[in-house]
Design a protein around this ligand. Structure first.
Ligand code: NCD
Length: 309
């Protein structure tokens, strides 16, 4: 039986480096398969999704992923049109969705929401973003992109820029990276520094620096992972306005970067990467979004097939 069969995907902390490598191998397999064979992998399986927060890529990439491997999807992306508006509990909605499908993908604004859903669901639950805590499938996509574009993860110098306080993708990525031998530079406004309690364990495994100045390490980085300031998670708008636009990666900054460095972003982007950066060789964020479909297809294929595919 493969390690992922019939299991929830809740936290990136639950995985080992070997398991990441297995997912990467299966992702490569998906990329290289012809479309007809790919559609056999989850033929007739149904994925359901339940999104209590806005999403474009994550939901669509799950839909595109299941369809690329022969399955189908149904779900709720606008909670205002669901029975939640009538007062139905998360537990009941999850129970119903798990009756109608083989795997359930959940995004919810509260930390712990996916873990809770997994307890009441009769089918595996995949966390597609829980509060400010985790976004494990994004981290798998991010790690795969780094490996694919840089041909390795060990030995890299990785800068993570932006909203390190509220950005859940950052916490999942850092947990994932802690399985590799990397140097991490965290760059954020003072008020958006990483939450130290959340990286207590990670800190024991990789070396960090923290800075407010993006120029300090820019010429030394192999990967720059840029994040959006998470406006919706600020307790008050005033505080958001103070940090809005803190960092903008533009062509001027690119001049200072290593020739072969890459820029990643989980997207959506606001103004933190200038549009004219998109056409440069450093910009890999759209490629990263494409890999997201394949890594999710690999995860679904492993979750739904006892012996892999
Ligand atoms: C991220 C998220 O939802 O945390 N989006 C995504 O899934 N790619 C990042 C963000 O919203 O800034």
């Amino acid at each position: 039986m493969n390690d992922f069969y019939n299991k929830d995907i809740i936290s990136i902390k639950d995985y080992t480096r070997d398991q990441f490598e297995t997912i990467f191998d299966y992702t490569e397999k998906i990329i290289n398969l012809d479309p007809a064979s790919r559609r056999e992998i989850c033929k007739g399986k149904t994925l359901s999704y339940l999104f209590y927060e806005p999403s474009t890529r994550t939901r669509l990439s799950f839909e595109a992923a299941i369809s690329s491997i022969g399955g189908n999807s149904l779900g709720i992306s606008d909670i205002s049109s669901s029975s939640t508006q009538k007062g139905e509990s998360l537990a009941d909605t999850v129970k119903i969705m798990s009756i109608y499908s083989d795997v359930l993908v959940l995004r919810h604004p509260l930390d712990g929401s996916s873990r809770f859903a997994a307890e009441v669901s009769s089918k595996p639950v995949i966390n597609a973003g829980s509060g400010t805590e985790e976004h494990p499938t994004q981290a798998i996509q991010d790690l795969f992109t780094i490996k694919k574009e840089k041909k390795k993860i060990d030995g890299l110098k990785i800068g993570i820029v932006g909203d390190l306080k509220y950005g859940r993708t950052v916490y999942s990525l850092l947990s994932g990276l802690s399985n590799y031998d990397v140097d991490v530079h965290l760059i954020s406004p003072e008020s958006l520094r990483i939450r130290t309690d959340s990286i207590y364990e990670i800190k024991k495994k990789i070396s960090f620096t923290e800075s407010t100045d993006i120029e300090e390490y820019i010429d030394d980085l192999d990967v720059i992972y840029v994040t959006r300031i998470q406006k919706e998670r600020f307790p008050d708008e005033e505080e958001y306005l103070k940090v809005k636009g803190s960092y903008v990666i533009g062509l001027d900054l690119l001049q200072k970067m290593k020739e072969d460095s890459i820029i990643l972003h989980p997207l959506p982007r606001l103004d933190e990467i200038a549009n004219d950066v998109d056409k440069t060789k450093h910009a890999k964020y759209f490629q990263q979004a494409e890999y997201g479909k394949h890594t999710r297809a690999a995860l679904l294929g492993l979750t739904l097939n006892e012996n892999g595919f």
